[in-house]
Design a protein around this ligand. Structure first.
Ligand SMILES: [Zn+2]
Ligand SMILES: [Zn+2]
Length: 206
């Protein structure tokens, strides 16, 4: 259920991104991507005009020339309709389901172009949600985009009982969920715990 190319070299030419709720100091992380405590390591926060997001630099990682020294913070709860989404920067775009339990869709847009997406079903009355598919464009993999999409999906249905569709056993899929699975408040790996509303909605979807 995840298309990730783990054979490819890490990080590429684009920056790493991480989900972080809030603004300003509320959004600031305590640790860098290498696990340095930023209060001790030293930290610089700036605004990236390219991503239109706050970026964070660990000063120890920067001094060590670590490619993960700087990363960008995106609030997974900030999701826009396709009409309202900024066509500059990195933004989350929500395409809601047509009916209760139907397939909802969240895309991650960079400069107005979708570079990754996730499918989910959520049912309010049953308080159940299912992650169905995560996809990130090849050139944007291994930078946290999938992690942001999972956080955005989970943010749509906080406190729900979550499950996922059954995963394949490929290295790529296992690598992704081994890193990101802790973000899902429920059972990952399948089988999906669909409610009757979801099953009914799936029947209505071609
Ligand atoms: Zn660091
Ligand atoms: Zn339901």
């Amino acid at each position: 259920m995840v298309d990730f190319d783990v054979e490819r070299g890490m990080y590429g030419s684009h920056g790493a991104v991480r989900p972080a709720v809030g603004r300003g100091s509320a959004q600031s992380p305590d640790y860098c991507l290498r696990g340095h405590r930023l209060q001790i390591a030293g930290v610089t926060g700036r605004y990236s005009h390219y991503y239109r997001l706050t970026d964070i630099t660990c000063e120890v990682c920067y001094a060590l020339k670590d490619p993960l020294a700087t990363w960008y913070l995106i609030d997974p709860t900030e999701q826009y309709s396709a009409e309202d989404a900024d066509t500059m920067g990195l933004v989350l775009v929500l395409i809601p389901p047509a009916m209760r339990g139907g397939l909802g869709h969240i895309e991650l847009w960079l400069g107005g172009v979708s570079v990754g997406d996730i499918d989910l079903r959520a049912c309010g009355p049953c308080r159940r949600a299912v992650l169905e598919h995560v996809r990130v464009d090849e050139k944007y993999r291994r930078m946290g985009y999938g992690r942001v999409l999972v956080a955005a999906a989970v943010a749509r249905a906080p406190g729900y009982s979550w499950s996922t569709t059954t995963m394949d056993t490929s290295l790529a899929t296992r690598a992704f969920w081994a890193a990101v699975g802790d973000q899902v408040p429920g059972d990952i790996g399948g089988p999906p715990n669909y409610c009757t509303d979801m099953l009914r909605a799936a029947e209505h979807t071609p």
